[in-house]
Design a binder for this molecule. Structure first.
Ligand code: 5CA
Ligand code: ZN
Length: 411
């Protein structure tokens, strides 16, 4: 699919360094160092059934910052992002609103593109709709079956035109064969995993599974649901295999970074990584990186709760998108935080102060400091603090260029 317009990236003197990032797998900082001259990045995309909210924006701005830091360090970046354009919540919303699910997806993706472009987020090189990768997902499910890492489970309610069985990943069997887990499962209590699995699209109560946590690889056709023909029968793929296959096809393994919000750590990235490793024998990624959750009115901002602050509504109300970006960057990407009017007002004020700062002689120190703090787990709040301080006396041309390239804010 088409992504969106590429923002202007200015020339900046000198070079940054490879960033260190917090890894959800190790629980510490690791160098997000590409194997060759190209970093590979996969960030999970939206499920397009409502407009882009500040939580989505925060996640994509976080990984945009990573991409900018890599580019500044002299690496090329190859970036892939999916669109989960067939999934239960999308189908339910389309049904509720009496619209075709494809049309709902298309219009929300259009809105997302416009929002990302407004925020100056660098587009993915491969922007991939899940519905364009049904066949490879089915082939992957077939491979896992053949390898003895998946099993068929009869489904009484499957349509007559299907072969009557869903396919599940055998997590226990797969854990013996590859370097696959994020390592999270071993640190998370089983009751916690079961709770999250149930809340986030899993079906721990499905009778007959070898393990309650085994995730769905392929869902046999049910009457009234979208359906595709495939080598594993008529149906549609499970969520985790979709992202695993798109990441592998577009970028290979291991990725330099697999990213998303912290709500994807378990089960989505755990099992995407597991599927990927089971298919290739390689680790899925060098670094598993996750952003914090943005809340609004006391709860995680989410389409399902409906407590949304939408990017397009702020922009339509005349808010400078640079102010939105600065409001996001004022919070460390890994922390959970709450969007308020005051957060936005402070960012807009800051943007005005930076813009009004006098131009001064360049000794390169400001840019070097900016690079150093961002290379340390993308510490944008520290970057903002140092720019605030310098803006009181003046901002040099080099630092302004650095702010433009690295924070995506042209003053
Ligand atoms: N389509 C799947 C991923 S394959 C999905 O999670 N879609 S989503 O639309 O729910 O979220 C898109 C991205 O925004 C994900 O990376 C998710 O982790 C992130 N996200 C969702 N809600 C928030 C929030 N309140 N704060 C921060 N990030 C969020
Ligand atoms: Zn995903």
């Amino acid at each position: 699919m088409e992504a969106w317009a590429f923002p202007e990236l200015p020339e900046v003197p000198g070079r940054g360094t490879v960033p260190r990032l917090f890894s959800s797998a190790t629980g510490g900082l690791v160098a997000a160092e590409p194997d060759g001259d190209t970093a590979t990045l996969y960030v999970c995309g939206i499920t397009p059934y409502d407009a882009t909210h500040l939580g989505h924006a925060a996640t994509y701005v976080a990984f945009d910052t990573l991409q900018r830091v890599w580019r500044d360090a002299g690496y090329a970046v190859r970036y892939a992002q999916n669109v989960t354009d067939v999934d239960d919540p999308l189908l339910e919303r389309a049904e509720r609103d009496g619209v075709d699910w494809r049309e709902l997806g298309r219009s929300e993706v259009d809105g997302f593109r416009a929002d990302m472009a407004a925020l100056g987020v660098i587009p993915p090189d491969a922007y991939v709709a899940v519905t364009d990768r049904i066949a490879p997902a089915a082939v992957a499910a077939a491979e896992l079956l053949a390898a003895g890492l998946a099993y068929r489970l009869p489904a009484d309610d499957a349509s007559d035109d299907s072969d009557g069985a869903d396919i599940y990943f055998d997590a226990t069997a797969a854990s013996d064969v590859g370097p696959w887990y994020l390592g999270l499962e071993s640190r998370m209590r089983r009751d916690e995993m079961l709770r999250l699995f149930g809340e986030r699209g899993g079906d721990p109560g499905r009778a007959g599974k070898r393990d309650e946590l085994d995730p769905l690889l392929w869902r046999a056709h049910r009457d009234g649901e979208p359906v595709w023909d495939s080598p594993v029968g008529r149906g549609r793929p499970g969520w985790h295999i979709e992202c695993a296959v798109i990441a592998l096809d577009e970028l290979g393994a291991p990725l330099t970074v697999l990213g998303g919000g912290s709500d994807l750590v378990f089960p989505h990235h755990e099992f995407s990584a597991a599927h990927s490793s089971a298919l290739t024998g390689e680790a899925a990624a060098k670094v598993y990186a996750h952003g914090g959750m943005v809340a609004y009115q006391g709860e995680k901002m989410s389409k399902s709760l409906g407590n949304l602050v939408k990017v397009k509504e702020l922009v339509a109300a005349g808010v400078d998108p640079r102010g939105i970006r600065l409001a996001i960057l004022a919070h460390h990407y890994r922390s959970d935080w709450e969007w308020t009017d005051a957060v936005l007002a402070e960012a807009v004020e800051r943007l005005a102060a930076w813009s009004a700062a006098p131009a001064i002689e360049d000794d390169g120190a400001g840019l070097a400091e900016l690079r150093a703090v961002l290379a340390n787990d993308l510490d944008a709040p520290a970057a903002i603090a140092l720019i605030d301080e310098r803006a009181q006396t003046g901002l040099s041309t080099g630092l302004r260029a650095g702010i433009h390239l690295l924070l995506g804010i042209e003053l």
